[in-house]
Design a protein around this ligand. Sequence first.
Ligand code: ZN
Length: 135
Amino acid sequence: MPEACTFCRIVRNEEEASRVYEDENVVAFLDDRPANEGHTLVIPKEHYEDIYEIPDEQIAYLFKIVKKVAQAVAESEKADGISIVQNNGEAAHQNIFHFHVHIVPRYEGQESRRPREIVSQSELDLVAAKIRKHL
Ligand code: ZN
């Protein structure tokens, strides 16, 4: 696990994150610059840079969890829709080079590109607790 990787630091509990789900292989936590409330990231605990590095069995398992968490986020946030986004490479706006999948609640009539501001840990913790009730 690379020392400097923010997501590896979250896995090791060296950095705070509002966890929505965790098991042996996967962690899901809230993005601290959410596109909408409930914007969740799902990552493998092991460090893989992108979709080309993560082994088939791991990505298959991870997407089972993505499905489960997406359903919980949709219910909890009363979303009209959910976007599942996964970026690879700088040209695709990947900014943390530890494989991750975004789960973003969407609403009818809402602009898709809105400014994303940092949300406090305490606020995120409340949202995470709300989502966990739907898991
Ligand atoms: Zn990492």
